[in-house]
Design a protein around this ligand. Structure first.
Ligand SMILES: NC(=O)c1ccc[n+]([C@@H]2O[C@H](COP(=O)([O-])OP(=O)(O)OC[C@H]3O[C@@H](n4cnc5c(N)ncnc54)[C@H](OP(=O)(O)O)[C@@H]3O)[C@@H](O)[C@H]2O)c1
Length: 167
């Protein structure tokens, strides 16, 4: 079975972004993101791509956009469905079994019904923002792991990385 996962950091009030950027500095979470996504296919919306500013190394980068035709170092798709279909073919060709949706709000909403794994960094804050992760009924999901990290000089807030699989 191909795993379609969401990897996302969200606040208590579901904020994931502000002014096309992340609303916090969480160095340890960025390391977790890099470790989790490395050597996998990542799918993102055009705004998330622009926010990151470059294709992420050691990953196959897919970007969904109707306004950008080509990006050096990434494949561009005009719909989420076509990106996921091609990612499934790429999985078969390369022997991989996971497609990671990395945001933002549009892409998470578009793919929630297809996702069978959630890797949620739950950031312990209520914060202002303009992009939100959708409400998920976690009764449909089983928590398979949970790891807590603490605020320090490089991390603005405590956060917990919780992994869920669809029941
Ligand atoms: N906290 C986190 O874990 C996390 C992760 C990722 C991003 N973010 C944050 O989220 C924000 C960006 O999210 P966003 O919701 O504004 O944008 P987004 O989902 O990154 O990108 C939206 C764009 O993607 C394209 N798109 C999305 N769905 C599409 C579809 N079904 N068909 C065709 N094109 C589609 C469109 O591009 P065109 O307009 O070019 O057609 C759309 O404008 C930023 O603040 C970023 O920092 C946070």
């Amino acid at each position: 079975m191909i795993v379609i996962s969401h990897v996302v950091a969200l606040s208590n009030n579901n904020v994931i972004g502000k002014d096309n950027d992340l609303p916090w500095n969480l160095k340890t979470d960025l390391k977790h993101f890099k470790d989790y996504t490395s050597n996998k296919i990542i799918v993102m919306g055009r705004k998330t791509f622009e926010s990151i500013g470059r294709p992420l190394p050691n990953r196959i980068n897919y970007v969904v956009s109707n306004t950008i035709g080509e990006i050096a170092g990434a494949k561009v798709f005009n719909s989420t469905e076509s990106a996921i279909e091609e990612a499934k073919h790429e999985c078969s060709r390369s022997g991989q079994n996971e497609i990671v949706i990395i945001g933002g709000g549009f892409l998470f909403r578009d793919t929630l019904n297809k996702a069978n794994k959630l890797v949620l960094s739950k950031v312990k804050c209520d914060i202002d923002g303009d992009v939100f992760y959708p409400d998920v009924d976690l009764n449909d999901w089983e928590k398979v792991s949970s790891n807590k990290f603490y605020q320090d000089a490089e991390n603005d807030y405590d956060f917990t990385v919780e992994v869920y699989e669809r029941i």
